[in-house]
Design a protein around this ligand. Sequence first.
Ligand SMILES: Nc1ncnc2c1ncn2[C@@H]1O[C@H](COP(=O)(O)OP(=O)(O)OP(=O)(O)O)[C@@H](O)[C@H]1O
Ligand SMILES: [Mg+2]
Length: 277
Amino acid sequence: VAHGQRVDAESIRRRKEGGRLPVAIVHVPVSVPGGQIAEYGIYHDITERKRAEERLRRSFEQLRALAAHLQSVREEERTRVAREIHDELGQALTAIKLDLTALLRDLPTDQEPAVRHCQSILNLLDEAIQSVRRIATDLRPGVLDDLGLVAAVEWAAEEFQARTGIKCHVTLPDVDIAMDPERATALFRIFQETLTNVARHANATQVNIRLVQNGDLSLEVRDDGKGIPEKQLSAGQSLGILGMRERALLLGGELTISGGPGEGTIVKVRIPNIHRN
Ligand SMILES: Nc1ncnc2c1ncn2[C@@H]1O[C@H](COP(=O)(O)OP(=O)(O)OP(=O)(O)O)[C@@H](O)[C@H]1O
Ligand SMILES: [Mg+2]
């Protein structure tokens, strides 16, 4: 204020009737005769604003907690459904297949039409068994639960390459990284979303994937495609990227996306590893 500038501040005053009063203060310099500068203060009661800010902050926290909860419920549900489909349906189909194979063996060889019919049912059964496996794996890859994140990333990259023809270069640690299942799941789901995006949007010919542990866990997926235009990123309706960000944030980490036209896209996730076991 002494330099002739207006100063804005917030402060807490005591109310006459007791209690605290949050105020916004505007300090305004005023020239007084003699060339000196005096100060004029304007006080505003900002109780309502402070309350609104607090409500907003709390509702953000609640939303974030709700998102985390929904995500873990969803993941549990997927794991349960995958297991049930795989175990119950898979076993039923396998039992039918065994019975039918026995029946086929016992059929008199002169029953040509019946034999052919049985064989075509067997083929259908094989397809159904394959579908059951695929559906269960899409819901929740068993490799993630059985062998851990490193194996799951390797597996998903191979699948991706086989399905899309986009070449994957994968750099992984030699041994699996000890980490709790939530972290492994979050990183794996983020990884899946980046690959889905590469397949859907990038027009890439190759992808470099690096999973590194040096205290923190970091995963980098770099494609040589057309890049994400800046305005796509800030558009706000991109639920895929928003979901990846949110997953990383929930584990105290962060996700950054860089690159651009002509440079491809680089998605980096870094989360602190607080491992269980
Ligand atoms: N690897 C990539 N290369 C080029 N563009 C990309 C890449 N990844 C994402 N994008 C662009 O960013 C946008 C947002 O991606 P995001 O995953 O959030 O949404 P989406 O894939 O369009 O839909 P969904 O919500 O089903 O994931 C995409 O629509 C696409 O234009
Ligand atoms: Mg997407």
